[in-house]
Design a protein around this ligand. Structure first.
Ligand code: FE2
Ligand code: FE2
Length: 385
């Protein structure tokens, strides 16, 4: 009997579950008679033909293969942006005008934080090196993944202790935290962090994490507003940096002055530099292949490049901007207007993976889809069980 297979968004996931299954190794009703039939489309490093590479736990507890033979498919589904959505969301970037004293404090704090960070690290936005941008991406994404988890945890515990509903915010916040963590994991596959980066990330988590937890406890709206401004800053087009780069690349006499001024790095600027011949980012990153983890997460083609990944990341940030500014303007018990988007993303993800997954004939094969061996040969399913 053929079973429909690999619904990545619905099945239990993870090595811990696989490990648990391996310990118990109890044959289930899904064993040989109800053979789990596997998808047929080979896709190296992503959604594969084999259960070892899938996110499902084998009913007989067979261990999964470790990386790099297979890549994990993240069950927290993200919206994959189309090229039209990318163009539109990067071309039109709304900005929230500070209204309250708290809003202005957030903007002032961020400006000071970025100026200090750029000055201390000597960042030159006109034509930064790939190393300096990689450091920034890893550092900033390690920070960006904090607020969603803090906010989700806060609302989760609040729901428990007040015996009340959450109104659908938690899932969106968790999805944001996971999305930011996937940004980080993607960059870690492409750029190796050194001891300085690791130490900076480690220490910053204590400082920023503690401060954000305190802020969320005291004033959740301001916390969301702060994140909204951070996301604006992460993605907006920095016109001054673009102008300076134009001067720098044209070899004008202002070259030295242009290169001296620190600026905020934004994803829009990174993409623009990757498109501009003569920049370090164009030379170093324009043709870089996308890491497998990114191709799986954003469901990109096998020959996708880092440029396409950065487009997805950039537009993810515009989404975080919108979500957090919206949450900052809502009462804590207003229903989350983004809940439906998650259902759409889940449906699109399931449709995509099922396109790549077709049932195959399992008769005469073992549970691992190899030819079944005779019992006397010392192999086969019974020996494994
Ligand atoms: Fe991010
Ligand atoms: Fe973000």
């Amino acid at each position: 009997m053929h079973r429909r297979l690999l619904r990545p968004t619905l099945l239990p996931v993870g090595r811990s579950l696989a490990a648990t299954a391996a310990k118990t190794a109890q044959p289930s009703s899904l064993s040989t008679a109800g053979r789990r039939l596997l998808c047929t489309v080979p896709r190296e490093g992503a959604h594969s033909v084999h259960f070892r590479n899938s996110q499902s736990v084998h009913p007989l507890g067979v261990e999964k293969r470790a990386l790099p033979e297979g890549e994990w498919v993240n069950p927290t589904v993200n919206h994959v942006w189309t090229s039209d959505e990318i163009k539109e969301r990067l071309a039109t970037q709304p900005r929230h005008q500070p209204e309250t004293l708290a809003d202005q404090a957030c903007v002032g704090f961020l400006r000071a934080a970025y100026w200090t960070f750029n000055t201390v690290t000597g960042y030159k936005a006109a034509n930064p090196t790939t190393e300096s941008v990689a450091f920034r991406l890893i550092f900033l994404e390690s920070v960006a993944a904090v607020p969603g988890m803090v906010a989700a945890q806060h609302r989760h515990f609040r729901s428990l202790r007040t015996l009340s509903r959450d109104y659908g915010w938690i899932h969106t916040l968790l999805e944001e935290a996971e999305n930011e963590r996937m940004h980080l994991l993607t960059f870690l596959r492409a750029f190796e962090p050194g001891p300085f980066t690791r130490a900076t990330v480690f220490l910053t988590q204590f400082g920023f994490g503690s401060a954000f937890i305190g802020l969320y406890l005291l004033h959740p709206r301001t916390a969301h507003r702060l994140v909204g401004y951070i996301e604006e800053m992460a993605v907006r087009a920095n016109r001054r940096a673009i102008l300076r780069r134009a001067i720098l690349l044209s070899g004008a006499t202002l070259r030295r002055r242009a290169a001296r001024s620190p600026q905020v790095v934004t994803y829009t600027n990174i993409l623009e530099m990757m498109e501009t011949p003569g920049t370090h980012l164009h030379d170093g990153w324009r043709e870089m292949p996308a890491p497998e983890i990114a191709k799986t997460y954003w469901r990109l083609d096998g020959d996708a490049t880092m440029y396409e990944v950065l487009q997805q990341v950039a537009v993810d940030e515009t989404n975080h901007r919108d979500v957090n500014h919206t949450f900052a303007s809502m009462a804590y018990d207003d229903p989350n207007p983004y809940v439906a988007k998650h259902a759409e993303a889940q449906a699109a993800s399931a449709a995509y993976w099922q396109t790549l997954s077709a049932p195959v004939e399992g008769r005469g094969k073992d549970f691992d889809m190899k030819e079944r061996l005779a019992p006397e040969a010392g192999g086969g399913a019974k020996a494994a069980m």
